[in-house]
Design a protein around this ligand. Sequence first.
Ligand code: HEC
Ligand code: HEC
Length: 333
Amino acid sequence: MVMILLALSLNVLASTPIPTPPLGISSTFAELKEPPTPERVELGRLLFFDKRLSADNTVSCATCHRPEHAFSEPTAVSSGIRNQKGNRKAPTFINGAWTIFPVFFWDGRADSLEAQAIGPMANPIEMGNTHEKVVGTVSGIKGYGPLFKAAFGAEIVDLNKIAKAISDYERTRLSGNSPWDQWKAGNEKAVSAEVKLGDQLFFGKAECNQCHLGQNFTDSRFHNLGIGWNPKTKKFADEGRVVISKSAEDTGAFKTPTVREAAKRAPYMHDGSIKSLEAVVQHYNKGGNKNPRLSPKLHPLKLKANEVSALVAFMVALTGEGYQDVAPTSFPQ
Ligand code: HEC
Ligand code: HEC
């Protein structure tokens, strides 16, 4: 009896609670088709940080999606196993439980977090493993058995369960309750006059909310800002969405990222080519990089210096809470 009670209470302690969405996020987990469960989140958190999922035990999801950078990273492009470089920046997935359209990756090639999560394990330059080996490795770690049982009712490990658990952990990484959210909820003192000017510009003269809209400041659509365009060769370094959609107007178009936690996520854009928030605003101020497929939504904004700073201050005021975490101190053995 005592043993059972002890086991039960340990189990409760070991479970990561499902967070309440912070101020500014009006969606709820209950509205999801399959809401995350504490057991799956706990398992997914361990898998997310576990380097044994990579071919040479050196890389975990968190190597590139670092909690202290809102699950993005401070480098322009990612380095995977044996330090191989990719050509895109690791995007954040904060508030990714709820999206206007279900599209993941910069080019939208995955339609769910689950579909996304299995990719990196077998990507030769990310984790460099095979799915069979990942399943074999996790099955071979005895300590994972009871966690799979708690999460899925049976100790048997398969790829879908791994993906599901990791995705549920990702779904609990949220961002809200920023000074901007507190101001919008009625606390006039939460932000400076400069932030309020930035807010007016973001939703007004600068028209940023044509694409950065909704609770997570993204329309989940694809736009060409001219990032990576080479005017000499008249080519994009990375053609983006067109490779998936095959429609020519998507050439050089990438998914709108959230601007929540932007201050934690420099450098910016799919290729990390813009170093600061001020330089991002200047990119929009000049109307983007001219190219044959430039989004018709962009045009020179004629922002004054104080307006550029105000837009930056506005984005900094979107630094909030709900995603913070640190790597687990021990892993199942
Ligand atoms: C070597 C670095 C690296 C590793 C390791 C890595 N990722 Fe990524 N991740 C990236 C990059 C780069 C992208 C963008 C790729 C693209 O858009 O083509 C990305 C995209 C994503 C996205 C899409 C976010 C969005 O909203 O579009 C999610 C979710 C994600 N990764 C989760 C994971 C998970 C889960 C793991 C571990 C199983 C993982 N990543 C391992 C670098 C990495
Ligand atoms: C036409 C749609 C559109 C408009 C208008 C727009 N953005 Fe963006 N924004 C995007 C897209 C798409 C990207 C990513 C582009 C890429 O990587 O090629 C982006 C990237 C960003 C980033 C970098 C985020 C990151 O994670 O790398 C910031 C910051 C940003 N925009 C802020 C703004 C501000 C401020 C304005 C108004 C001055 C604005 N945006 C107007 C679509 C738009």
